[in-house]
Design a binder for this molecule. Structure first.
Ligand code: G3P
Ligand code: MG
Length: 248
C-alpha cells in the first residue's frame, strides 16, 4: 500500500495556511490530498481557518463566530506569513469544494468543534459535500468525541475519523466504539501494534504532522494510509527514496 501524501492546511510551509495559495501550491507540487480546518461564521458559513480566533493568521481580532462571512472576506490572511501574500483571503468551504472538485485529490475536512461546539456543523458540512458529490473521496475528522457520535449516522457512505493526540490502551477499538471508521493520530502515538490492530479492523490510519525524514520513513514502513505534512514536496521525494531502497 502506498502512503498518501496530504498537504496539511495546504503546503503550509511555503504559503499562508488554509488559503488558496497553500492549496494550489500543494496541488502543483504533487500532493495527493488536502487537509483543512473548518470553523463557522456568525451567519453559519463554514470557513477554512485553523484557530477559533483571527489574531494569529489574519489582521483581524476576535472570534471567527462573531463575524459574517462578508466581513471576514475583507481581512488580510497572508501578511502574517509574508508580505507577498497580502491579498490572501479566508475562503469558504464552498469555494474550496468548487476548486477541488475537478482535481484528483483526496480531501480531509477537519471540524474545529472541540473548543466551540458549533451547532449543526456536522450536517452543514455533510450536505455541502453531498451537493458537490464529493462524499466518496472525503474524510470528515474531529477531536470531539461528541461530534464523532453525531457524525456516525453518516458512516455508511462517508469516512469519519476520530482525531487524537492522547494515548489510550486500545485506540482502534475506542474509535470504533465512538462511531468512527478511521483514525487520525499524532505521530507519537504510532507503533506497529496499533497498525496491526487497525489493519485487522480495516480502519484507515493517517498521521499528523509529519515533516521530518525519519518520521516519514517510519510511516511508509508501517504502511500508514496517509500522512499530513506541511512539506508535501519533501514527503514525495522521500517516499521515492523509500520505494527505491525497498526495491534494491
Ligand atoms: O487533521 C490533522 C491535524 O490538522 C490536526 O491538528 O491542530 O493541525 O488541526 P491541527
Ligand atoms: Mg487540522
Amino acid at each position: 500500500m502506498t502512503t498518501k501524501i496530504i498537504g496539511h492546511r495546504g503546503a503550509s510551509k511555503l504559503a499562508p495556511e488554509n488559503t488558496m495559495y497553500a492549496f494550489e501550491l500543494a496541488y502543483q507540487l504533487g500532493a495527493e490530498g488536502i487537509e483543512t480546518d473548518v470553523q463557522l461564521t456568525k451567519d453559519n458559513v463554514p470557513v477554512l481557518i485553523h484557530d477559533e480566533t483571527l489574531k494569529r493568521t489574519t489582521n483581524g481580532t476576535g472570534y471567527v463566530k462573531e463575524f459574517t462571512y462578508e466581513e471576514l472576506k475583507q481581512l488580510d490572511a497572508g501578511s502574517w506569513f509574508a508580505s507577498e501574500f497580502s491579498d490572501a483571503r479566508i475562503i469558504s468551504l464552498e469555494e474550496f469544494l468548487v476548486w477541488i472538485k475537478p482535481k484528483d485529490l483526496y480531501l480531509n475536512i477537519e471540524l474545529k468543534n472541540n473548543k466551540i461546539d458549533y451547532q449543526d456543523l456536522e450536517s452543514i458540512v455533510y450536505e455541502s459535500l453531498k451537493s458537490h458529490r464529493l462524499i466518496d473521496r472525503t474524510t470528515i475528522s474531529t477531536f470531539s468525541s461528541k461530534s464523532i457520535k453525531r457524525l456516525s449516522k453518516y458512516k455508511n457512505d462517508l469516512e469519519i475519523a476520530y482525531l487524537t493526540s492522547k494515548k489510550k490502551p486500545n485506540l482502534v477499538e475506542y474509535a470504533k466504539d465512538l462511531g468512527a471508521n478511521a483514525l487520525h493520530i499524532k505521530y507519537r502515538l504510532l507503533n506497529s501494534e496499533l497498525m496491526q490492530q487497525a489493519i485487522a479492523q480495516k480502519m484507515p490510519v493517517r498521521i499528523y504532522t509529519v515533516n521530518k525524514y525519519k518520521q516519514m520513513m517510519n510511516c511508509y514502513q508501517l504502511n500508514c494510509n496517509g500522512i499530513f505534512t506541511d512539506v508535501p514536496y519533501k514527503a514525495i521525494t522521500f517516499r521515492k527514496v523509500f520505494q527505491f531502497k525497498r526495491n534494491i
